[in-house]
Design a protein around this ligand. Sequence first.
Ligand SMILES: *Cc1c(COP(=O)(O)O)cnc(C)c1O
Length: 392
Amino acid sequence: MIYVYSQTQIFCPVDEDLNIQMVDLKSQYYHIKNEVDAAIQHVINSTQFINGEEVKKFQEELAGYLGVKHVITCGNGTDALQIAMMGLGLKPGDEVITPSYTYIATTEVIGLLGLKPVFVDCDPDTFNISPKSIEKSITVKTKAIVPVHLFGQSCNMVEIMDIASKHDLYVVEDNAQAIGCTYHGFKDPLKTGTIGNVGCTSFFPSKNLGCYGDGGALMTNDDELASQLRMIANHGQSKKYYHDRVGCNSRLDNLQAAILRIKLKELDTYIHNRQQAASLYDHHFKNEHRLKIPTRYAESDHVFHQYTLQLDNSVSRDNLINYLKANGIPAMVYYPVPSHRQKMFSTIEFSKGDLTNTEWLTSRVISLPMHTELSENQQLHIINHIKNYLNK
Ligand SMILES: *Cc1c(COP(=O)(O)O)cnc(C)c1O
């Protein structure tokens, strides 16, 4: 379909359709309401709230969808990262290479476990960790790399896995934003989160596969690691009341698993809807010289957790955001402050200049509404206002 844009003709659909949100979970719920309500009632009737049948089935179904041997559910995505790093036996002082440009959970967990985050720069086009910067940051203390598939697109996993095997490092994928994304760099297509030693994901409501509360999961093809991860998530327990190691208490509840089983069946449709919305934005923005549309990395699908533009220096991001807000259009900055600039890491040294792409992006990115329920009318309203602002 071709969408014609004209500066003089602002598309003006009915008002109620213009309740534009960054993420619209309500409309999404209405499409699956009957099934979800019945599933919730079923769990309540069973009064099996923790570790029930739904959790077991969801783990199997997600493993099947991803093509991975083990899925271990847990309390949230941050816990998943923590459990992964504990399961790999990382010790205080070990260095872990991570992008600075990510959601704070990735790097916070490294600090929490007493490991040393080594912040590296990202690729300015894909926003993802740059393999070249990884190699430059490896020391004798480096034990692991944590690639984050930011905004829904895979990192360059061929190069990352290559570096990891050359230097004998673990790879923990932070897949919280890219569940369902397929990476095509290897001989066979693989889902992100199943490529490194262990993958982590989050079912936070606004994630691409979100539940109605907190939830998370780990993925691995390694049998021994899987049993360690299961044990850690459950108080280090090997059999009831026998605790082999210090772990934590992190679990997905049965209600969330029941909801996730329903939403997993929709995941490919949800991804398709996001990709359609992204194509429409791309089509209208690709010739706007004051901004840059998200680069599609040839070896990866893009599941568009976020649709993120880069503004050039001539555009005031704050003014644009205010203009959009005044017109009922939400927009967000993911993320305004990179990890290496956070107070929590003020004692971590990083050499200035090493993170130039990260610094640039955090000052220039803007993310537009992106979800499974965006209508063309809503998108055209957003597009027209951005074009008006840029060309006035
Ligand atoms: C959301 C997110 C997490 C954390 O997940 P929670 O379930 O909120 O703990 C970790 N990493 C990234 C990149 C995320 O986007």
